[in-house]
Design a protein around this ligand. Structure first.
Ligand code: ADP
Ligand code: MG
Length: 477
């Protein structure tokens, strides 16, 4: 059988089937299939959906089986490949009735009842691409105070996925602080230790577009969309990692679907790992029933790397690049570059590029020249301090007053406007704005921002202040 061309074989099968079934049935269920491969008596065909496969299994299996036996032989096995949602190919191995893979399971001699309890457990084996990037591991995720809680929780999750107090594990923090890296590292470790677990990494954006595609799809025979298939696909995942969950804000249908998947997986003891650019309670515009579920497990924040961690990161990353930097240079870099981890990586890459291009050794002098450029390009960016100072000058209040606890109306207003401007003009997270604003929590910051937003629509003077401040900040920067 090996030498036979699968396309030829399948078209022969289709010809026989066509002669034996009603033409409407043929058009609906067979004409849309395609063969993929034939190896050692295993024929793989592609079907358009999970529902399609079930229909073939449930109602059309007799003709299918008889034909396959006739064309390929007694030992034939059939695999389905289902294009469930764009981007993911799913293989269902139909370890079926002809030759059981597991000889310990005895099938009745002429078994064709697929609901047979012996058959079901081995019937479908889901194989999917995890979408994980092997470059993100725990080994190269540098540990420091800024990420210890999240990292430790992640390690615990990977030891006993689904069976630990951190379900869901919710990792949050500003951009470039390692959310994707850590979430993927957990997935990689689970896949390594539990190869049979079905692990899937998906960005919330992809989840959303898959959902939208599934809901717009209309089957031309049944007139149904593919939402059920979409949900079934996600229900089969053992460890689901959804990155940048804040992207779900504003789309109700997707949130509903996610709520369903979340509940299904959580109640079946499967692991969920979610990341977001802010804490669950600050995810404005996300349904409260979803938010309350995010709080069931553990929320762990990734913070900006502190000096010690920056030092370790520069050391580890330069070693990965195959170079050894002196302690003096490492300390200089850790002291000078105070950004997120992505920025630290960028600095190191520039340094290496300069040294290679100019055939120049990496000296403290070169490090100084390279970082000067980076730091000076940064000085154009608005900072919390700059905005606070401008707001204080504008309202003629002191820096102590603005961060104080006073409830005096004009100071409260200046403070709220400052928070609003920092939120809109910089990348700072709600939590860090709160901390810098004299130890307020993120909910206070969020409240301040929405108050200013509302006032700008109803109070002309507030609108005027904000516009003037924005103008002056942009002008002097
Ligand atoms: P986020 O998803 O939070 O925006 P990423 O996970 O994409 O951030 O991280 C940005 C870059 O920084 C990646 O190249 C990642 O490997 C690296 N990185 C982040 N945190 C660490 C860490 N603790 N140790 C080593 N590399 C890190
Ligand atoms: Mg990310």
């Amino acid at each position: 059988m090996l030498n036979k061309d699968h396309i030829q074989v399948w078209s022969e099968c289709l010809r026989i089937i066509k002669n034996n079934v009603d033409s409407a049935i043929y058009d609906a269920w067979f004409a849309t299939t395609k063969s993929v491969s034939l190896e050692d008596d295993v024929l793989t065909i592609e079907v358009p959906s999970d529902a399609h496969m079930r229909q073939l299994e449930d109602s059309l299996f007799d003709i299918l089986r008889a034909t396959l036996k006739r064309v390929i032989g007694e030992r034939v096995k059939l695999n389905y490949m289902v294009k469930v949602v764009p981007g993911f190919n799913v293989n269902y191995s139909h370890q079926n009735t002809y030759v059981p893979d597991n000889p310990a399971v005895q099938f009745p001699p002429d078994e064709n009842d697929l609901m047979n309890p012996f058959v079901l457990p081995g019937l479908r084996k889901l194989k999917i691409d995890t979408q994980l990037n092997p470059k993100y591991t725990f080994d190269n995720f540098v540990e420091g105070v800024c990420n210890r809680l999240a990292r430790t929780a992640g390690e615990n999750v990977s030891k006993a996925p689904g069976n630990n107090p951190f379900n869901p594990l919710f990792i949050y923090g500003g951009s470039g602080l390692g959310k994707t890296h850590l979430a993927q590292a957990i997935g990689m470790k689970i896949k390594e230790d539990y190869p049979d677990k079905v692990v899937l990494y998906v960005s919330a954006r992809t989840f959303k577009s898959q959902y939208v595609d599934a809901s717009f799809y209309k089957d031309r025979y049944t007139n149904k969309n593919r939402i059920t298939d979409f949900l079934h696909f996600y229900e089969m995942i053992d460890v689901l990692i959804v990155d940048d969950i804040q992207e779900l804000v504003g789309s109700d249908g997707t949130q509903n679907a996610f709520f369903h998947v979340f509940n299904y997986l959580h109640t079946s003891g499967h692991q969920l790992i979610l990341t977001s650019d802010c804490a669950p309670s600050s995810l404005q515009g996300l349904e409260s029933r979803l938010l309350s579920r995010f709080k069931w497990g553990l929320s762990a924040e990734l913070l900006m790397p502190d000096y010690e961690t920056r030092l370790k990161i520069f050391k580890a990353k330069s070693q990965q690049e195959g170079i050894t930097l002196s302690d003096e240079i490492l300390e200089f870099l850790a002291n000078t570059v105070r950004g997120n981890v992505r920025e630290l990586e960028g600095t190191l890459i520039s340094l290496l590029a300069h040294s290679t291009l100019n055939k120049e050794d990496i000296t403290i002098d070169l490090a100084r020249r390279v970082t000067e450029r980076i730091v000076s390009s940064h000085s154009n960016e608005l900072t919390f301090d700059k905005i606070r100072d401008t707001v204080c000058d504008y309202f003629k209040i002191s820096q102590d007053q603005i961060v104080s606890k006073t409830r005096k109306r004009e100071i409260v207003q200046a403070r709220q406007i400052a928070m609003y401007l920092v939120r809109n003009l910089t990348q700072a997270s709600l939590a860090s704005i709160g901390t810098q604003m004299g130890g307020k929590d993120h909910a206070t910051v969020l409240h301040a921002c929405s108050t200013v937003q509302d006032l700008m629509e109803t109070d002309k003077s507030v609108k005027h202040y904000v516009q003037e401040l924005e103008k002056s900040l942009k002008l002097h920067n």
